[in-house]
Design a protein around this ligand. Structure first.
Ligand SMILES: C[S@@+](CC[C@H](N)C(=O)[O-])C[C@H]1O[C@@H](n2cnc3c(N)ncnc32)[C@H](O)[C@@H]1O
Length: 451
C-alpha cells in the first residue's frame, strides 16, 4: 500500500459493527469484534448464487447470517462457546409458532420475576460485579434468569429469551455507552428509573429480538465450536468463498469483552477459566495467558515471514520492560495465523476466493504490518492472485489501518482432506450445473488485568 492510499483513508463508521446495530438480527447484540455487514455484502456482491461460504472466525456470525440471507450455505467456526451459541441463535430458522411461543413465554417470565414467584439464581461470580450493576438490578436479573429457566425448555424459545436477557444485561449495566468494553458510570446512577415499568425494558428487548427472528435466512448455516488452526476437523464439504475477520494482533481479549454475557449465561465460572479460554484463542492474552506467554516458544516446524520476525526482534529489543512479552505475543499471533492459513486450503475448492479483513498494530512505535504477513502466508500456502487493499483508518492514529487481504486458492499437487465426490458436488453448485471433473485442491490483548 502506498502513502497516498493510506492518507486518503477515512475512519468509515459504515465499515464497523455500528452499521449493524439497527439491521434486525445483525443488531441483536453489539459486539465490538463484529465487523460491518456492509463489508461482507460488498465482498459477496459479485459472487454467483448457491455458494458455500466459510467464516473461520465467526464472532457474532455476521458473515454467516449475511451469506444465508443471500441464499448461500454458510459454515462458520468459533473457539468461544458463548459466541457459538449466539451465532446459532442468530442464524436459526424460527417458525411463527415459535416466535409467538417466545412472546407468550416472555410475559410468563416477567410475571414470575416481578412478583418474585421463584427462587432467584445465584449471583454470577464476576470480579467486582458491583461496578456493573446496582444491587437492585442484579437482583432483578437473577429473578429474570431463574424465570427464563423455569418457563422455557432448552430450545429456540429459551434462545430468544436469552438473547433479550443479554440485551437487558448490558442495557442495565453501568458500562458507559451501554457497551461492555467501556469504562463505568457509578452503578448507583444506573438503577432502574422507577417511573419506567421494570418489565417494559425486558419486553422492549424481547420485541426487538422477535422482530428480527421473523426474518428467516434462506440458506442453511452450520456453526461449529472448533479451532480454525485445524479447520479441516470442522467441516466435511469444501467451500467456495471465505469472508472473515480474524482477531487482530492488538491485545484485545474477546473473553474480557464478552464476560458480562458469559458469566450471566454460565459460560464462565471464574477468572481462571476466563484466562484459559483466552489462551486458547488467537490473539488472546488475558489473566493466565499473559504469564504463559513468558514461557512460550514457537514450534520448530512453523516458519514465519521475515517481515514478522523483523518486527518481533525490534519489539524485543525496544528496551521497554514488557518488550519481550509483547514480542512473544506478536510472534505467537504469527504462529497461530500461519497454522490457520496452512489449514484453510484443506476445506477450499480450487478457485475459491478468500478475503481476510485485518488490522495492523503498533507496539512501542514498531508497526506490525500484519497485512503483509497474511499476504506472505497465503502465497506460501498456495493462494494465488493475492492482493492487499486498504479499507479504512481504525482510529485517529494515522498508521492504524484495516485492510482486505484476498487470494484465490489454487495450490496443486497435495491432497485434500475432503472426499473428491464432495468437492465435485460443491464445484457443480458453484458453477450452477452438473458436477464437473475437478482437480483436487491441494492440502495443501495483552490485557494486563484480572479476569
Ligand atoms: C474479529 S472476531 C470476528 C468478528 C466477526 N467477523 C463478527 O462480525 O462478529 C474474531 C473471532 O475469532 C475467534 N477466534 C479466536 N481464535 C480462534 C480460533 N483458534 N479458532 C476459531 N475462532 C477463533 C474469537 O473468539 C472471535 O470471535
Amino acid at each position: 500500500m502506498n502513502g497516498t492510499a493510506t492518507s486518503k483513508l477515512r475512519q468509515r463508521a459504515e465499515y464497523t459493527h455500528r452499521y449493524n446495530t439497527r439491521l434486525g438480527r445483525h443488531g441483536w447484540l453489539r459486539l465490538t469484534p463484529a465487523y460491518s455487514l456492509r463489508i461482507v455484502e460488498e465482498l459477496m456482491a459479485d459472487c454467483g448464487p448457491n455458494l458455500r461460504v466459510l467464516d473461520p472466525f465467526c464472532g457474532a456470525g455476521t458473515t454467516a447470517l449475511a451469506a444465508a440471507n443471500r441464499g448461500h450455505e454458510a459454515g462458520t467456526v468459533d473457539i468461544n462457546p458463548f459466541l457459538v451459541w449466539f451465532a446459532r441463535a442468530k442464524t436459526a430458522m424460527y417458525g411463527s409458532r415459535k416466535i409467538m411461543e417466545a412472546e407468550t413465554a416472555g410475559e410468563a417470565v416477567l410475571q414470575k420475576a416481578l412478583q418474585r414467584r421463584i427462587d432467584p439464581v445465584e449471583e454470577p461470580p464476576m470480579h467486582r460485579i458491583e461496578r456493573w450493576w446496582s444491587s437492585s438490578d442484579r437482583m432483578y436479573l437473577r429473578y429474570l434468569k431463574a424465570a427464563i429457566e423455569d418457563v422455557s425448555q432448552n430450545d429456540q424459545v429459551r434462545d430468544l429469551l436469552n438473547v433479550a436477557f443479554c440485551r437487558l444485561v448490558i442495557r442495565l449495566s453501568a458500562a458507559a455507552f451501554n457497551h461492555q468494553s467501556m469504562s463505568f458510570r457509578d452503578a448507583a446512577q444506573s438503577e432502574l428509573d422507577l417511573s419506567v415499568d421494570e418489565g417494559e425494558l425486558f419486553r422492549q428487548e424481547l420485541r426487538f429480538v422477535t422482530e428480527g427472528a421473523a426474518y428467516n435466512p434462506e440458506g442453511n448455516v452450520s456453526v461449529v465450536l472448533g479451532d480454525s488452526r485445524r479447520i479441516e476437523d470442522c467441516f466435511g464439504e469444501p467451500f467456495d468463498l471465505v469472508v472473515t475477520s480474524p482477531p487482530y494482533a492488538n491485545r484485545m481479549s474477546y473473553i474480557r469483552e464478552l464476560r458480562p454475557y458469559m458469566y450471566w449465561l454460565d459460560y464462565l465460572q471464574n477468572g481462571r477459566e476466563a484466562g484459559e479460554l483466552d489462551w486458547q484463542a488467537i490473539g488472546g492474552t488475558w489473566g493466565v495467558a499473559t504469564s504463559r506467554l513468558g514461557k512460550w516458544r514457537r514450534a520448530a516446524d512453523v516458519r514465519l515471514p521475515d517481515q514478522l520476525l523483523e518486527v518481533v526482534g525490534q519489539i524485543a529489543g525496544s528496551g521497554r520492560s514488557n518488550g519481550s512479552i509483547l514480542a512473544a505475543y506478536v510472534e505467537k499471533y504469527g504462529e497461530d495465523v500461519a497454522k490457520h492459513v496452512a489449514s484453510v486450503g484443506r476445506v477450499l475448492r480450487p478457485g475459491a476466493r478468500a478475503h481476510y479483513i485485518v488490522g495492523n498494530s503498533v507496539f512501542y512505535g514498531v508497526l506490525v504490518p500484519i497485512e503483509k504477513v497474511y499476504a506472505a502466508l497465503m502465497r506460501r500456502a498456495g493462494f494465488e492472485k493475492v492482493e492487499v487493499r486498504p479499507i479504512r483508518k481504525r482510529n485517529s492514529k494515522k498508521e492504524l489501518v484495516e485492510f482486505c487481504v484476498s487470494g484465490t486458492w489454487s495450490a496443486s499437487g497435495a491432497t485434500s482432506r475432503i472426499a473428491p465426490q464432495r468437492q465435485e458436488a460443491s464445484a457443480a453448485r458453484a458453477s450452477g450445473g452438473e458436477p464437473q471433473p475437478s482437480a483436487l485442491p491441494a492440502a495443501v490483548s495483552i490485557v494486563f488485568g484480572t479476569p
